[in-house]
Design a protein around this ligand. Sequence first.
Ligand code: FAD
Length: 393
Amino acid sequence: GAPRVVVVGGGAGGATAARYIAKDSGGAVNVTLIEPTRQYYTCFFSNLYLGGVRDMDGLGHGYGTLAADYGINVVHDWAVGVDRDAKTVALASGATVPYDRLILSPGIDFKDGAVPGWDVSAQSAMPHAYKGGSQTELLKAQILAMPEGGRFAMVAPPNPYRCPPGPYERVSMVAHTLKEINPTAKILIVDPKANFSKQALFEEGWQKHYGGMIERIGPDFGGENVSVNPSEMTLDIDGVVEQVDVCNVIPAQKAGEIAHAAGITEGDWAPVNAADMSSKMDEAIHVLGDAAAQGDMPKSGFSANSQAKVCANAVLGALTDSRVFPAKFSNTCWSLIAPEDGVKVGASYEATEEKIASTGGFISETGEDEATRAQTYQESVGWYAAITSDMFG
Ligand code: FAD
């Protein structure tokens, strides 16, 4: 029969890989996509929802077109185990799915004990909103319910984590909302990192749009020594207790649990070969996106989508003898500081023996004029439409 590709995770990496393999093989490869949710809510642009710039419906995408127009066998279930000798994936329902090649793109899970006092059972009191959908809605509801002059706190994550500028874009969008509805409210960022992505651009923007609203405590002042008490709504920052109204805890991260269950991780992430995103521990398994330890690319939706196309081409080459092109990757991370005030950072990459290696990048400059910033924001709007149609057809 036709060779079988099984993809676990229907997000930026997995949906793209499934679609490209189905499309480019013209039916010669049998593609199964395993994803528990029927509607994928993007994390990308979820901060814009917090800022009132996008609505939640616009962030949701279904799998109907992948099934109907691309012939992908979409299975709404959790993968719970991988038998690498038998080459099968076990599903929560009890079913077993055989593969010739397995592609894992499960995204992230949180590291246990990363923020003392917090675990997923506390995510209703102190949301992470670092996976899409209901957590983001909950965080927004909490922001809208803050008392006049109340305090919003964020516990930022240590490196590496998904979307390096994401926490700081979030602070910008929360500040924008508060400036409109609750202008005496304050934002406190507790950060274990000395520096962060696009820092000069964010700090300039915060000064310009939200002067006096945002305070950040870095590691020099105890930002890496924080615990929380979700029932009291307090943070303990190096011995100093702060009472807050909303607390967004973004814990340290690791590859999605199924990558660990498959036994292809080293520490927190799954090491891969750059040329085809194959696991360094099993050549029949490929790992995409946030879960992969691949080298220089940041963990982003753009990166996962770019890696998925390289992987799809290589997998098709291996299974059907179609032509394989040299691996080239790219990424851009846009962030919105205020409506129409967009900034970006990005780079191009190639595959070396050792890793995905940067071949050069770019970043917005401080002091840019409004027209340039509005243009940068418009680019991101175009990118959102393009990547979601590249993923879901
Ligand atoms: P995901 O897209 O998370 O997909 C993983 C999928 O796997 C999920 O649908 C999940 O349900 C499924 N899954 C997990 N485990 C299993 C299992 N055992 N069985 C079956 N299915 C499973 N990136 C950008 O490029 N630009 C941005 O502007 C941007 N903004 C962001 C803002 C925020 C607030 C956040 C949190 C992230 C942002 N990102 C952005 C990052 C981006 O969302 C991720 O890097 C990207 O989604 C990673 O793709 P992935 O395929 O690795 O994982």
